[in-house]
Design a protein around this ligand. Structure first.
Ligand code: GLU
Length: 307
């Protein structure tokens, strides 16, 4: 089997050190075993995508010495593939229209005895069809997957065996948004299968999404990749880095004159990997050893590059 990893940035803001470390780990993991690396731009979430951020992400990745095989895949250009997957789910009566707004869901979830994270099932069985939902509510419906109760098991290379009953944890979840675009969970699953991705290495903020993705893979008869969820990088106060202005971006570090070799060396050190004091991604390949990767989050010193 050809090993194929992937880098899947969302162009919603500038990449920061946490992204750099996760992308380097994904690349090292695949390339150190002779695998391919594919690049997919996750630009589906139209309101959150910001102009210029996709090019900025590609520039940052190259700056670190990362490369990829073949053309960049853009999710915004693959609507047809997602629609085919949705049709397959619809044909099996596995999706239903949902007109709930975020606010209505939040209100229902905050009711006594309600489960704060689970969709309460308000629209399940409520409408005969999408057209019916539209006509009755005057709203454009989203589509939710009808999730049957049952435990699902998957393995993460770092976190081990995970068992989850999606019907209990999140309940019926969206597979298409109200604007008609594929929801993240569906797009990822369709793309990973279509691109032939065999291993998913990403931040562990996405660990809670994995059971949903595994479930969709089963329903669509798609193969499961292997999963490795990398502990996130936190700031000096233990707060997760975000694409906010106050969290230092790779672009800012570059502008301040920092050498990419220092960023890569930091990421290697923060992953307990041996290697040179500074270097680009390829300089750490020969010595890469996944077994050394710590399970705990990385706490960023207030100025990790102080000289
Ligand atoms: N695009 C997502 C992100 O930047 C990653 C999705 C994935 O790796 O499955 O957080």
């Amino acid at each position: 089997m050809t090993i194929a990893g992937r880098l899947a940035p969302s162009p919603t803001g500038l990449l920061h050190l946490g992204h750099a470390r996760s992308f380097l780990l994904a690349w090292w993991h695949a390339r150190s075993r002779g695998g391919k690396v594919l690049l997919r731009m996750e630009d589906l979430d139209a309101p959150r995508v910001k102009p210029g951020m996709a090019d900025a992400a590609l520039f940052d990745l190259e700056w670190l010495g990362l490369d990829w095989d073949g053309e960049v895949v853009w999710q915004s250009r693959r609507t047809e593939l997602y629609e085919q997957a949705l049709s397959r789910l619809e044909a099996r009566d596995l999706v239903y229209p949902c007109i709930c707004t975020r606010r209505e869901i939040a209100e229902a979830q905050s009711a006594p005895h309600a489960d704060a994270a689970r969709y309460p099932g308000t629209c399940r069985g409520r409408f005969r069809s999408i057209a019916d939902a539209r006509a009755q509510s005057g709203r454009e419906p989203a589509l939710r997957l009808h999730v049957a109760p049952g435990e699902l098991e998957f393995k993460d290379a770092l976190h081990g065996r995970i068992v989850e009953d999606v019907a209990r944890t999140v309940g019926d979840f969206p597979v298409a948004t109200r604007s008609g675009a594929a929801a993240y969970q569906l797009a990822v699953v369709v793309d990973d299968a279509q691109q032939g991705v065999t291993e998913v290495v990403r931040g562990d903020d996405l660990l809670p999404s994995t059971a949903r993705q595994a479930l969709l893979q089963e329903l669509l008869s798609l193969p499961h990749p292997s999963w490795l969820h990398v502990p996130l990088v936190q700031d000096a106060n233990g707060r997760r880095l975000a694409k906010r202005a106050d969290d230092v971006s790779l672009a800012q570090l570059r502008e301040s004159g920092l050498d990419p070799g220092e960023v890569v060396a930091w990421a290697a050190r923060a992953s307990a990997q041996p290697g040179p004091e500074r270097g680009l991604a390829g300089d750490y390949l020969d010595s890469f050893d996944l077994a050394l990767l710590p399970l705990s989050p990385v706490r960023l010193a207030s100025s990790p590059f102080a000289r």
